[in-house]
Ligand binder design. Structure first.
Ligand SMILES: Nc1ncnc2c1ncn2[C@@H]1O[C@H](COP(=O)(O)OP(=O)(O)O)[C@@H](O)[C@H]1O
Ligand SMILES: [Mg+2]
Length: 290
């Protein structure tokens, strides 16, 4: 796709100058990001960079302290995750909201149970629900032999897929995934990545959070890199090589480790004045630009 064609399209999500404070903690500051339909935006950044906070704000869990969120050109204010869901934003959070003892079918339809019958005779339509779950999971290449089996008995990758399939089935426009592959083995991660590609092909906008550049690079169209609540900017894939992405992420991690060490020095010395000099020396020794 050419640059001009992309510019003419309207973004599905536009986040402008977003900040989020928790008391004195600045979790996000002045973050701006646009995501287009049919594209995967990868959110990269170290632990504590603000990735989860950004998507929780986007999905109605947190209210922004400052800034604006627009969906399809309209400013939105979400008072709850349900508001975001109604606007077509489906989020699979880092700590999956799944009931391990509940069946696959019940989890899939949780909060949106299909019913049959009328008035006081309305009951959960189990036959429809089970057929649907089997079909939807089949589309992702997962063979659910028994939809009444507890979700807790499925593998991590399959559980992620239940959550994703559910979002797509209920008509999400935006799919947000917070580290869906981080606890998975190579094969299972591949299943989830393939499904991200499928969701994108269906025209959904995907916001994909990961620590792993090898998971991010194959599926991403663009990268937004967060560091301590601030955005390093958004880069198109064509602007960055895999190595450059890796460098940005690894560089950040190294600096963080370094700074944590320096803080420890200052604490044990009980003398803040030593810190800047120590910092410079260590940085030079490690070959990090000051
Ligand atoms: N509910 C909260 N209350 C206070 N501080 C929070 C809360 N949620 C996140 N933070 C802080 O905000 C920062 C960003 O956290 P988070 O968004 O979880 O980072 P990431 O997902 O990139 O690892 C961290 O310093 C974290 O401690
Ligand atoms: Mg997180």
């Amino acid at each position: 796709m050419t640059v001009s064609a992309r510019a003419e399209r309207d973004p599905l999500i536009r986040i402008t100058d977003l900040s989020k404070f928790f008391g004195s903690v600045i979790a996000l500051q002045g973050v701006t990001m646009t995501v287009y339909p049919g594209e995967v935006m990868c959110l990269l950044g170290d632990n504590g960079a603000g990735k989860s906070t950004l998507i929780k704000t986007l999905s109605g869990v947190h209210k922004p302290s400052q800034g604006e969120i627009e969906i399809e050109g309209r400013p939105v204010t979400f008072n709850s995750p349900k508001d975001a869901l109604d606007a077509g934003i489906a989020t699979v959070h880092q700590h999956l909201a799944i009931q391990p003892l509940m069946s696959v079918t019940r989890n899939f339809f949780m909060g949106r149970e299909p019913t049959r019958g009328w008035g006081p005779f309305r009951t959960f339509d189990l036959a429809f629900a089970e057929t649907t779950v089997r079909e939807e999971m089949q589309k992702m290449g997962i063979d659910v032999r028994d939809p009444s089996q507890a979700v807790g008995t499925m593998s991590g990758g399959e559980r992620q897929c239940v959550a994703i399939a559910r979002a797509v089935y209920f008509g999400a426009k935006v799919l947000i995934l917070d580290e869906p592959t981080s606890a998975l083995g190579v094969k299972q991660a591949a299943v989830v990545l393939r499904y991200i590609a499928q969701a994108k092909a269906k025209g959904l906008a995907v916001v994909f959070i990961t620590h792993n550049v090898h998971h991010a690079y194959p599926v991403a169209d663009a990268f937004t890199i967060l560091k301590r609540g601030r955005s390093y900017g958004t880069f198109r894939k064509s602007e960055l090589t895999r190595e450059q992405v890796l460098e940005m992420m690894a560089g950040g991690q190294e600096l963080d480790a370094l700074e944590a060490e320096i803080k420890e020095f200052t604490r044990s010395d009980g003398d803040g004045g030593v810190a800047p000099q120590t910092s410079k020396t260590v940085r030079r020794e490690q070959g990090v630009k000051p």
